[in-house]
Design a protein around this ligand. Sequence first.
Ligand SMILES: NC(=O)c1ccc[n+]([C@@H]2O[C@H](COP(=O)([O-])OP(=O)(O)OC[C@H]3O[C@@H](n4cnc5c(N)ncnc54)[C@H](OP(=O)(O)O)[C@@H]3O)[C@@H](O)[C@H]2O)c1
Length: 324
Amino acid sequence: MRAALYRKVGRASEVLSIEEIPTPQPSAGQVRVRITASGVNPTDWKTRSGATGADPDGFQVPHQDGAGVIDAVGAGVGERHVGERVWCYLAAFENRYGTAAQYCVLPPERTVALPAEASDELGASLGVPAVTAAHCLGGDPAALAGTTVLVAGGAGAVGHFAIELAKHAGARVVTTVSSPHKAELARAAGADLVVNYRDDDALDQIRRFCSHVERIVEVAFGANLALDVALSAPGTEIVVYAAEAEDPRVSVRQLMTANVRVHFVLLYRVPPVELAAAVRWVDDAVHLGALTALPVHRYRLEQVAAAQDAVANGALGKVIVLPN
Ligand SMILES: NC(=O)c1ccc[n+]([C@@H]2O[C@H](COP(=O)([O-])OP(=O)(O)OC[C@H]3O[C@@H](n4cnc5c(N)ncnc54)[C@H](OP(=O)(O)O)[C@@H]3O)[C@@H](O)[C@H]2O)c1
């Protein structure tokens, strides 16, 4: 098969190559997926660059997310899976066969049926962003109904799905963005109030909409700490899923006085039961037509380095690599 891969971490254009390698056979307890779309996330370029990963053992086909069709199964996996259209998550986690190739192999629980109405691009957008969003929202849609949620960065990949999932669960959603175009995307996702976080009166704009929020899905904890605390009430949960260039200095007294809960999330280490709950929520939402893809930027497999660089440079929308 043709695959994008790297043998050592470094700059995309220097370490990523396109090679013919043996098509992987699914081992016992694995399925093989013929990939139709490979979704690129910040975690993919951070791991490949060495920022969060080390040199792979041998080689690594990158990308955690993808969509495709199961075409073979290993021992112990029911043949009924063959032919099933799926989206994949955590494909490259502790597995050298990520989705930036014509085929990947992975455990069946990391594949989820993709309904006919959902595009390959949507399927390849779900793994890291939507599952993270569902987990940051608490993993239980029933618990969100009637609450107010603040989603920081509502035009980002995680932010987009956090808005859609929260709205579909019956929450009111406030979100922050930094430009009119991003505001449009956040409104299209269903946000009730969209505020430019660079406005001097961002807090006042939100306060006119709600006195406080019950949950905050936070991409920039340090930058938004003052806003988050100002919009918190005792019990508000601030869920932080991204690291900033510099770690923030926090005032324990300020957070203690606000009586907020601060919760940090890394998808790779979410306990299996909670991960399964988040995946189930995303699966249900996809089947109910509640999730949409951000505007898509398509790249051929040969352009994988450019695709990863686009994500590293903050591309607005979803970067997708088409391996087949
Ligand atoms: N912990 C985990 O498991 C996990 C899972 C998924 C993603 N992540 C991390 O989360 C980050 C975002 O991922 P993504 O895929 O959603 O990236 P993305 O699509 O690039 O979105 C990032 C968004 O954050 C917004 N943002 C930046 N600073 C902000 C601020 N001060 N206030 C409000 N919004 C702000 C950006 O909007 P502006 O440019 O308009 O500011 C942008 O829309 C990345 O660092 C990624 O590695 C972590």
